[in-house]
Design a protein around this ligand. Structure first.
Ligand code: ZN
Length: 156
């Protein structure tokens, strides 16, 4: 899948953006964002705990038309990438999530906490987004399509 081959729209909100805003945004934020979403993204970069891995995966999913939300709070801790439509939470994890037992236990408790509310959790290691971001995003998109379909079956 090629990047930036869609219309000149904001990747975050789909608002039309002109070529000057587009070029400015690519140069400064590496993604096509309208002026309003550039401010939003600046705040994410400055104040949020979102890692570059989570941000890159987030935009790769947005590129695929996935209605993802970055850094959504679940009342317990913030979720890296939330997909309320598919009832899936994505956590993009660094190494300490696998070698630190205390962290791993806290992750498992959170997975259960979300599952009780009907949300499954996908844990994506940072290394996977580095290894092949495009294929990772394609496979997650498949997972979301299936999850959405199964949720429909369950509730309707
Ligand atoms: Zn926008």
């Amino acid at each position: 899948m090629k990047k930036y081959n869609r219309n000149l729209g904001c990747i975050e909100c789909d608002a039309a953006i002109d070529i000057r805003v587009f070029n400015y945004s690519i140069d400064n934020y590496f993604h096509p964002l309208c002026r309003r979403c550039q401010s939003w993204f600046s705040e994410i970069l400055e104040y949020s705990t979102a890692t570059d891995y989570a941000i890159e995966l987030y935009f790769a999913l947005k590129d695929r038309g996935v209605p993802a939300r970055l850094e959504k709070s679940d009342g317990f801790k913030s979720i890296d990438i939330a997909l309320p439509h598919a009832k899936v939470n994505i956590e993009v994890d660094g190494m300490h999530h696998s070698y630190n037992g205390k962290q791993a236990m806290s992750d498992l408790k959170r997975t259960l906490h979300s599952f009780k509310k009907g949300y499954s959790t996908l844990r994506i290691p940072n290394a996977l987004t580095e290894y092949d971001l495009e294929q990772t995003a394609d496979l997650i998109t498949d997972y979301l399509i299936v999850s959405r379909r199964q949720n429909r079956k369950r509730y309707y």
